[in-house]
Design a protein around this ligand. Structure first.
Ligand code: ADP
Length: 159
């Protein structure tokens, strides 16, 4: 049984994240999408809100589990018997950081390999930070986020 962890901030989850998740769920037996707690950095959404929105956005993926973690991703992966960490690549600008991260994780534990996936071109440019900026300026985010996220962000006090 091959287990993959897809770690990230998912603040909020986007159609880009979901495309990566669906691709990973088609390759691995089980995928744990894991929201990282970052004690120092106050997020836009709470970790509980992010988890709920991910769950609401993936009703048809049976081999996906949604979770959260604190501390090192690689330790979380080992604790869950994972073979693989999934990361997404958008542009060359992601490459340097992701390369450093994957090599650091390999140095900490070589058993867990990082696998990079890309999205369909139409989702490639989407990022959580641009979504927050569009929302803050009253723009339409409906093309970039799944419906539950759209409804939550446009109907709640987060607006
Ligand atoms: P982090 O704060 O760990 O970068 P994010 O939630 O921003 O977390 O992203 C999680 C992962 O998903 C990262 O590997 C990121 O590069 C990838 N990702 C995010 N959006 C996209 C996208 N539109 N296409 C491909 N990969 C993406």
């Amino acid at each position: 049984m091959k287990i993959a962890i897809y770690p990230g901030s998912f603040d909020p989850v986007t159609k880009g994240h979901l495309d990566i998740l669906k691709n990973a769920a088609g390759i691995f037996d089980k995928v744990i999408i894991a929201v990282a707690h970052n004690g120092e950095k106050k997020g836009f959404l709470t970790v509980d809100e992010r988890i709920k929105l991910i769950k609401d956005s993936i009703p048809d993926l049976k081999n996906v589990v949604v979770d959260s973690f604190e501390g090192l991703t690689i330790e979380y992966a080992q604790k869950h018997g994972a073979d693989v960490l999934i990361r997404g690549l958008r542009a060359v600008s992601d490459f340097e950081y992701e390369m450093q991260l994957s090599q650091t994780n390999s140095a900490l534990c070589d058993k867990v390999k990082t696998v990079f996936l890309t999205t369909k071109p139409k989702y490639n440019f989407i990022s959580s930070s641009t979504i927050k900026e569009i929302l803050a300026n009253g723009g339409d985010i409906s093309k970039f986020v799944p419906e539950p996220v759209y409804n939550y962000l446009t109907n709640s006090e987060k607006k």
